[in-house]
Design a protein around this ligand. Structure first.
Ligand SMILES: [Zn+2]
Length: 297
């Protein structure tokens, strides 16, 4: 359950277009010291402002995870964060020259490949973790996430998807999250939109430059001009988003988590609820330490 923190040995780069902006962006992953967590650095701006990957920096926005600190933003960070969390790379600076991360193929795989080339190295500090000891639930009947205690060490995730569109329909996927499983089963699952949504987004001027080979667009018969990597690729991608969004807690989670039709908003609500648990536990730990100290004093 306890594991050392890690970073990368050397820098790694990924370049590509932002899905929403269409702008070319360069991402550079850089090693950093222990207990630093993940920080985005906007190297295109004066004084290179830093934006920490923390749930308190998340702002509301449609269809993506956006972080803001000191008035500076980074967008579409979830697939980058999922890659780092999935590979257990805890301390890393992500230098970017645009607010939006590159869409690549809609999955985490380009970031993962770059990070693997950069090689993960262990550090001496221990990665903080939270063991779930009671049921935590967010959402309502239409969509929810529930976290509960588990016998297994690690995060045991299940995602249940229900789409009215028969080409997607009902899908579910379960996975124990560790670097090996993440690489094999989750990293390459791509984001998806319905054809009707894609048309609407294009009308609004968004994603005009994104082709069918760059994002899964579902028509009535299935993906248009594209092929699925897994029969339940949509559920897997939604799970990838959960991993990326929960990375904002900054801790490893040991427990069983089930998500039903959740998206970034609910994922963030669960991340907040988990952070509260971490803070409560830290406080009670401190209290018990103080009591012990007072007794002996
Ligand atoms: Zn996603």
């Amino acid at each position: 359950m306890v594991r050392p923190q890690s970073t990368i040995k050397r820098t790694a780069r990924v370049s590509g277009k932002g899905y929403w902006s269409g702008t070319e962006v360069d991402v550079e992953f850089r090693p950093t010291s222990e207990n630093q967590g993940v920080t985005f650095v906007r190297c295109d701006l004066p004084n290179q402002p830093r934006i920490r990957a923390a749930v308190g920096n998340r702002v509301k926005g449609p269809r993506r995870t956006t972080l803001v600190e000191g008035g500076h933003a980074v967008e579409m960070v979830e697939h980058v964060l999922a890659a780092l969390q999935g590979l257990q790379i805890d301390n890393c600076e992500v230098w970017v020259n645009q607010p939006e991360m590159p869409g690549c193929d809609g999955s985490s795989v380009h970031f993962v490949e770059a990070l693997l080339r950069a090689e993960r190295i262990e550090q001496s500090a221990i990665k903080p973790y939270l063991t779930i000891d009671s049921v935590i639930r967010v959402g309502d009947e239409s969509c929810w996430i529930q976290c509960e205690p588990s016998q297994t060490s690690g995060l045991d995730l299940t995602y249940q998807l229900e789409y009215w569109q028969p080409a997607i329909g009902e899908q579910h996927f379960s996975l124990l999250i560790n670097p090996e499983n993440f690489l094999d089963e989750l990293a390459s699952a791509r984001t998806f939109v319905l054809e009707s949504e894609a048309k609407l987004l294009r009308k609004q001027g968004l994603g005009k430059h994104v082709g069918y080979d760059e994002i899964l667009v579902f028509g009535d018969e299935g993906p248009i001009q594209n092929h699925l990597r897994f029969s339940n690729e949509c559920a897997r991608h939604k799970m990838l988003d959960v991993v990326g969004d929960l990375a904002l807690t900054g801790v490893d989670i040991h427990g069983k988590l089930t998500a039903f039709k959740s998206g970034h908003r609910l994922n963030a609500m669960m991340a907040m609820a988990l952070i509260e648990q971490v803070e409560t536990k830290t406080d009670s730990y401190r209290d018990s330490e103080n009591r012990m100290f007072n007794k002996s004093a």
